[in-house]
Design a protein around this ligand. Structure first.
Ligand SMILES: Nc1ncnc2c1ncn2[C@@H]1O[C@H](COP(=O)(O)OP(=O)(O)O)[C@@H](O)[C@H]1O
Ligand SMILES: CC(C)(COP(=O)(O)O)[C@@H](O)C(=O)NCCC(=O)O
Ligand SMILES: [K+]
Length: 258
């Protein structure tokens, strides 16, 4: 079985696949100090709870946090007896190379989202991922990542207000009843909610203008749903997009000698 690990700046998501069949997924907080032994105990405990018995013999990792990769490699080597495929490293081939400025590193999560979005929808799409940062990944007709947009994530914006303004409380993001807030919490909710609706609309409009063609918008990440209620921002919402991309990249790389 295959273990896919998507490590974001906030959360690390694990999923298990048997060939093309999805088996299960679990999530933990990202922490570069966590050891391979800790990952293993946690993972096998959850697998046992769900009665998953077959062994893991392949691992693929995408990490936006370089420091966690060391212990994830140890996890794969020590406990699953395999060398993990790490997205963004030369040994992990991509179906189409990114077309960005020379010397630029692209977030591996964005490369994975590109592969998954292209597989499901073909090219000329924009993938919006609501993570720690909100990213827009632009995928060309041939499936290449050709750049995009990075904006502060929704929770990051809320935390920044709370951290920098003495009188502003911590607020959870939600769709406010009115745009004109009549108390502090409602004002912050309105600013972030309507601000984000405007951000997504504006960025997508500008990308379509620049590309001068219709482009589907695919959203992923836990907050995608919140911004889709009653709005026409996305053509589809796919929570499993990154995991689907990791599984595809693993299968794609099987065709190449190590
Ligand atoms: N359904 C949700 N409702 C509210 N907040 C969410 C939801 N899903 C994720 N979040 C928050 O969004 C932020 C980004 O989450 P995540 O997608 O795990 O980020 P990353 O991939 O960067 O680790 C986190 O602060 C997380 O707590
Ligand atoms: C933009 C990101 C911080 C998003 O990470 P996430 O929100 O998933 O934790 C990550 O993709 C990254 O570190 N990118 C490197 C720069 C780039 O993609 O251009
Ligand atoms: K992500």
């Amino acid at each position: 079985m295959l273990l896919c690990i998507d490590c974001g700046n906030t959360n690390t998501v694990f999923s298990i696949w048997d060939g093309e069949d999805f088996i299960s997924t679990w999530r933990m907080e990202t922490n570069h100090k966590r050891t391979a032994d800790e990952y293993y105990v946690w993972l096998t405990g959850l697998m046992r709870l769900q009665g998953i018995e077959a062994g893991i013999n392949s691992v693929i990792v995408s990490s936006t946090v370089p420091r966690v990769v060391f212990n994830l490699r140890v996890l794969a080597n020590r406990y699953f007896n395999c060398r993990p495929l790490v997205v963004g490293k030369p040994e992990c081939r991509l179906p189409v190379d990114p077309r960005v400025d020379p010397g630029t590193g692209v977030g591996p999560d964005r490369l994975v989202n590109t592969v998954a979005g292209f597989d499901r929808h073909g090219g000329d799409i924009i993938v919006v991922d609501f993570g720690t940062a909100t990213t827009f990944d632009v995928v060309a007709r041939d499936g290449a990542y050709i750049g995009g947009v990075i904006a502060p994530g929704v929770n990051l914006s809320l935390e920044a207000l709370h951290a920098s303004a003495a009188a502003l409380p911590h607020v959870d993001v939600t769709m406010p009843e009115k745009s004109i807030g009549t108390n502090t919490v409602a004002c912050i909710q309105s600013g972030v909610f309507w601000g984000y609706i405007g951000l997504v609309e504006g960025v997508v409009r500008q990308i379509r203008l620049e590309r001068d063609r219709p482009m589907k918008v695919i959203a992923t990440g836990g907050l995608a749903e919140l911004f889709s209620q009653g709005f026409d921002l996305f053509d589809s919402i796919e929570y499993d997009l990154t995991m689907h991309g990791l599984r595809l990249l693993h299968d794609y790389n099987k065709d190449f000698p190590a």
